[in-house]
Design a protein around this ligand. Sequence first.
Ligand code: 5RP
Length: 213
Amino acid sequence: MSNANEKRQAGEAAIRYVEDGSIVGVGTGSTVAFFIEALADLRHRIQGAVSSSEQSTAHLTRLGIPVLDLNAAGPLSLYIDGADECDPHKRLIKGGGAALTREKIVAAAARKFVCIIDSSKQVDLLGAFPLPIEVIPMARSLVAREIVKLGGQPVWRDGVVTDNGNWIIDVHGWRIADPVALESELNQLAGVVTVGLFARRPADVVLLGDREI
Ligand code: 5RP
């Protein structure tokens, strides 16, 4: 099956986790786009969505799904999002679409995080996909030098500005044996806004196509 078909299946299967009357946390990306399309059919049964990006907000709004502010919504029962890599412990690399900061915030606010992927995202060890890190622009070189000291090869995603007005560094060359420790270490660097490792708060459920793994 093609990746696009598996993404569609995963996006549609995630609908079964949506509870009537709830506010749904919505991630970003092409897999989530299938979820948003399916969610539109249920729009009269939910209060609305909290969005993780301007891209998803535009999609939700276009389909008539109310987009709510997280501060007003409070704790969420559910967050649905894709990933760039997923290991056997449901730890993720995210941020290929540069939306990692708001994604991490909405994931943190949710009781259940359902990650929707196709089989190309499944890995034994995280790190073949370059690890995205959102940085305050003035700290780009400082953070890059610290990453080199930690053995990574930082590449500035030139021309990309996040929804928060920041920049992205993609780190190549890491095979991440202890993602929780690396996430914690990188979080301490001055100028780092968000690390695209979702290991301290991994997914609770992973849907590969329509199958829970
Ligand atoms: C965006 C993300 C996405 O979830 C990730 O890049 C996967 O995207 P796609 O579903 O298009 O493969 O983290 O920041």
